[in-house]
Ligand binder design. Structure first.
Ligand SMILES: *Cc1c(COP(=O)(O)O)cnc(C)c1O
Length: 382
């Protein structure tokens, strides 16, 4: 029955709060300041790289505390070009976490290397205790993912990588502004890769990504790789590709980055309400967070019993919850070639079975967040 033909449903809806997951129209409700800057850009014709990208890159490098930032056309390319610049390629292995978005794996595969998975721990990030035994003579790099806005245990991962002569390239696509002991996600490894995709919260009006590094030679290579290897208009010094961050998107990115601190503050405040509201429930576990970590909650992921029924209950009460990710990447059919099977990564499997992402964005009201808590409690009390 539709809402129109079922008056009871309409009645129920009328007194209930709805809690959307999406918030992009609210984030860009007043686009005029950005449009004004874009109008000024249009007047100059400076459409590729140029001043807008350079200014954005400086702002980003300052924000995360890195020497160099390089704008590229996606988070996926930020990872892929990082691997190329680091010389990772055919015959090499890259250790990464079994619980991630597919882009981490496709970037590794694209450069001809083989992804080697290790399980995650309760932080949703790489279980550092499992890394050493996955290293062999073919291992060239480790790619930790700072999933959910949490930060992998870099203090312990760094010495393991150093002792074994292995590089670290960080997938910080979900962790803009996240830090551990005050040091930003993405600044621990040789490079760190970020995404500006609309599903991450420092977002633009389409695709974009950023790489940071402190290494001048890697910075030089990345600038060449993203722009056909052109040292100048007529000189090709290496074979690269076209992976420039669009100049007009750099304008959008710089504007959004200016709001990052406030966005993060709101998300952390919402997360704190969830943490307190769900505390003490046997059936629900709030996301674990090390006290040394500044978690930015690109997603707020609980682990819950009866996850699928709870999801339906939330949606029936107007709450748009999501699952990141229902099928772990290592079990996707496109990855069968790597020979992993169900049960190889029990924590990843547990998370796939029981995780639920609650709306946590910066435009939620306290009443909406309270409604989510009450709805989850009501489900398990009944
Ligand atoms: C979003 C994301 C990427 C890829 O970013 P795009 O900008 O969409 O290419 C890579 N890794 C992780 C963990 C992501 O969440």
């Amino acid at each position: 029955m539709s809402e129109i033909s079922d008056p009871m449903k309409v009645l129920k809806k009328a007194h209930e709060i709805s809690v959307p997951y999406a918030y992009l129209p609210a984030q860009f409700a007043d686009p005029e300041p950005i449009l004004n800057e874009i109008r000024a850009l249009v007047a100059t014709g400076d459409f590729t790289l140029g001043k807008a990208v350079a200014e954005f890159e400086r702002t980003w490098a300052n924000f995360v505390g890195a020497r160099y930032a390089i704008g590229v056309n996606s988070g996926t390319d930020a990872l892929r070009l990082s691997l190329l610049a680091a010389g990772v390629g055919k015959g090499d292995e890259v250790i990464t976490a079994a619980n991630t978005f597919v882009a981490t794996v496709s970037a590794i595969h694209d450069v001809g290397a083989r992804p080697v998975f290790v399980d995650v721990d309760a932080s949703f990030c790489l279980d550092v205790d499992l890394v050493a035994s996955a290293i062999n003579e073919r291992t060239k790099a480790i790619m930790p993912i700072h999933l959910t806005g949490n930060v992998a245990d870099m203090d312990r991962l760094l010495p393991i990588a150093q002792q074994n002569g292995v590089l670290i390239i960080e997938d910080a696509c979900q962790a803009v502004g996240s830090s551990r002991n005050g040091k930003h996600a993405g600044t621990w490894g040789l490079t760190g890769a970020y995404s500006l995709h609309p599903l991450k919260f420092v977002n633009i009006w389409g695709d974009g990504g950023v790489i940071v590094t402190d290494d001048p030679e890697i910075d030089r290579k990345l600038r060449l790789l993203r722009n056909h290897g052109l040292a100048d208009r007529d000189t090709v010094v290496l074979l690269g590709c076209n992976s420039r961050l669009d100049s007009l998107q750099a304008i959008v990115a710089r504007s959004t980055l200016g709001h990052a601190a406030s966005i993060i503050e709101h998300r952390q405040a919402n997360a704190a309400v969830y943490d307190a509201g769900l505390a003490g429930m046997r059936e629900v576990r709030s996301p674990s967070c090390d006290p040394n970590v500044c978690h930015t909650y690109v997603t707020y992921q609980i682990l819950a019993e009866d996850r699928d029924d709870l999801l339906a209950h939330c949606r029936a009460h107007g709450i748009d919850v999501k699952i990141h990710y229902p099928i772990p990447v290592y079990r996707q059919q496109a990855l069968q070639q790597f020979g992993y099977k169900l049960g190889d990564f029990p924590v990843t499997d547990l998370q796939a079975r029981s995780t639920l992402s609650l709306p946590v964005h910066q435009y939620l009201t306290r009443a909406q967040v309270d409604h989510v808590v009450a709805t989850i409690r009501e489900y398990f009390d009944a």
